[in-house]
Design a binder for this molecule. Structure first.
Ligand SMILES: NC(=O)c1ccc[n+]([C@@H]2O[C@H](COP(=O)([O-])OP(=O)(O)OC[C@H]3O[C@@H](n4cnc5c(N)ncnc54)[C@H](OP(=O)(O)O)[C@@H]3O)[C@@H](O)[C@H]2O)c1
Length: 313
């Protein structure tokens, strides 16, 4: 072979090798989003294209039923999953009082099994929990280390789910959030808009205090955690909601105003609005730990509400 031909062959091989290396390094990780037809899962799907270095797998119960352990195990192996964001849950707070078995299965047993599979595959699990793990008797925003004491069966199942995570893996982040809403799925904002259009006045509870969370903001915070910790060992609980403190009554007033609905909102007490499940009277979450660890700026609740209402038109 002449010198020129040898150089040509060498060049072509090198280019081929570099191209292979480059394309593979573009895909950093395979990320599984479970329960992805729900509010939070849909918001992660909506921003996925901004993270082109990750390969996303979006599943809900039809594609991957998390209560089927063997199926989950196989899915992780076949798709070399490195990160799993668990957005799947049983979220019907009042119904959970009657459907205790299914609520505990989805929010605890399934979560423990998912954590085990993550551990076996050295994958990071990001699991979402709730402010309802607290009893709501606090007077200042709850920190991650504050004692838990759920006052509903849903809250209990979510607390057991957190425990199941840490009992089965050493590589996990649990994020507690509150009053989640989104342009996807059903939630308080959409219910208020619908009722506000149907009625002249509405009663909304004024003695439950917390902070709404636009699921789009939480989705972005989760992706920041993935970016920083996708490959690392981490075992932490974090709190995330939007910024600020309000009652459901204040929230309803703001929704009517932003959506240009003239329905009058009346303040009522929880005792006059009987619900099957108890809810915490105060469940504001302290977000300092997450803001410090990930340099995340948390939007003010009203700014995020405006964004969402604009989205749904
Ligand atoms: N919504 C809130 O106000 C709120 C507040 C605080 C914390 N959180 C927590 O935030 C997380 C996300 O909530 P979200 O409002 O986005 O929930 P969501 O809209 O109710 O979505 C949950 C999804 O999980 C699916 N799912 C249920 N069982 C499953 C299974 N066995 N396998 C696979 N998927 C399953 C559901 O399917 P089906 O619809 O078919 O059941 C649904 O698509 C949850 O962990 C929730 O507990 C929510």
């Amino acid at each position: 072979m002449s010198n020129n031909a040898e150089v040509g062959l060498y060049r072509r091989t090198l280019i081929k090798y570099l191209t292979h290396l480059f394309t593979n390094s573009l895909i950093d990780m395979n990320i599984l989003i479970t329960g992805s037809n729900g509010q939070l899962g849909s918001e992660i799907r909506a921003i996925a294209s901004q993270f082109s270095n990750y390969n996303f797998f979006f599943t809900d119960i039809a594609e991957l039923d998390l209560s089927n352990y063997k199926q989950v195990e196989l899915y992780f192996e076949e798709n070399t999953i490195s990160v799993c964001v668990n957005c799947a849950a049983y979220t019907a707070v009042d119904k959970a009082e009657d459907e205790q078995d299914i609520a505990m299965l989805v929010n605890c047993d399934v979560v423990g099994n998912l954590a085990k599979v993550c551990s076996n595959n050295n994958a990071l699990l990001i699991h979402v929990s709730t402010d309802y793990v607290f009893d709501g008797t606090h007077y200042k925003p709850y920190e991650e280390t504050d004692p838990t004491a759920p006052n509903s069966y849903y809250g209990l199942t979510k607390l057991k789910g957190e425990e199941a995570v840490f009992a089965n893996t050493d590589k996990a982040v649990v994020i507690r959030t509150s009053w989640l809403y989104s342009s996807y799925g059903n939630n308080f904002v959409k219910t208020m808009i619908r009722l506000g259009k149907e009625r002249d006045e509405l009663g909304v509870v004024v003695d439950q205090i917390g902070t709404p969370t636009h699921a789009a903001d939480l989705a972005m915070a989760i992706m920041k955690i993935v970016q920083k910790n996708g490959n690392n060992n981490i075992k932490e609980i974090y709190h995330y909601s939007n910024e600020g403190v309000i009652s459901w009554y204040d929230f309803a007033i703001a929704i009517m105003k932003e959506a240009n609905i003239s329905c009058r909102v009346n303040a009522i007490e929880s005792k006059d609005f009987p619900a099957k499940a108890n809810r915490p009277f105060y469940s504001v979450l302290n977000k300092a730990k997450l803001k410090n660890d990930f340099q995340i700026e948390v939007p003010y609740w009203l700014d995020s509400l405006k964004v969402m209402i604009k989205q749904i038109g």
